[in-house]
Design a protein around this ligand. Structure first.
Ligand code: ATP
Ligand code: MG
Length: 202
């Protein structure tokens, strides 16, 4: 047997073993229910990952609600695109970054209004996916307490998925979640002096 053939044969038997492991794992996953996802960390890709799942959900004919906390000003591509979709409810629940508004009372009031709207969606079994974008900052700045939010998340309709994004997700939220990703900041163009690029950053 030539060296190349032996290499292919080894690869094939490795893939056969791998397939058996993957198939067994797939067979073990039999439960079906709504998930709580947390996408946190200092790297870029938290909100855009959530919006990727919004696109997936819409592709399956699901109904989605997005609540954007903290940031309320910027015209992002995802907002103008998804707002036009009939199965999307899109709510801006903040007036800008905390360092822009510089007014804690106003930020708290905006967070409260946003959370009241989100709470409604979190009791509606016809909303299949809820995105709570940048929600972690509400906990960080004590605009809202996790003790108030968590029971509502846990009492949501059984098949409803929820995605929470934002840096510094609290440990209690991570414990309560089903899937958690922490995106690492390896490099970001902004630090090299490149301004936010439409289609990439907004
Ligand atoms: P994205 O919306 O691109 O997925 P994100 O949700 O992970 O980003 P946020 O903290 O919400 O990150 O910040 C949003 C904006 O800040 C985006 O324009 C993003 O490119 C930029 N950004 C994210 N992470 C970093 C970083 N580590 N350094 C500089 N800018 C960043
Ligand atoms: Mg974000």
């Amino acid at each position: 047997m030539k060296e190349n053939d032996r290499y292919h044969e080894r690869h094939r038997s490795r893939m056969i073993r791998k397939k058996a492991v993957v198939d067994a794992a797939i067979a073990r996953a039999t439960e079906q229910r709504g998930l709580l996802l947390v996408i946190t960390g200092n790297g870029k890709g938290k909100s855009s990952s959530a919006f990727g799942m919004v696109a997936r959900a819409l592709g399956h004919g699901m109904k989605v609600a997005v609540f954007q906390f903290i940031k309320g000003k910027g015209d992002t591509g995802e907002q103008s695109f998804f707002q036009r979709q009939p199965d999307v409810l899109w709510e801006q629940c903040g007036e800008g970054f905390t360092w822009e508004t510089q007014n804690r009372d106003r930020d708290i009031a905006a967070a409260r209004i946003g959370w009241d709207k989100a709470r409604c969606a979190l009791t509606d079994p016809n909303r299949n996916l809820i995105v709570l974008d940048e929600m972690t900052y509400l906990f960080k700045y004590n605009y809202l307490s996790l003790e108030e939010v968590l029971p509502v998340l846990q009492a949501r309709p059984v098949n409803q998925h929820v995605i929470v994004t934002g840096r510094g997700a609290p440990e209690t939220l991570i414990t309560a979640a089903d899937t958690v990703s922490e995106i690492a900041d390896v490099k970001h163009a902004f630090r090299a002096g490149i301004m936010a690029q439409p289609g990439i950053d907004l």
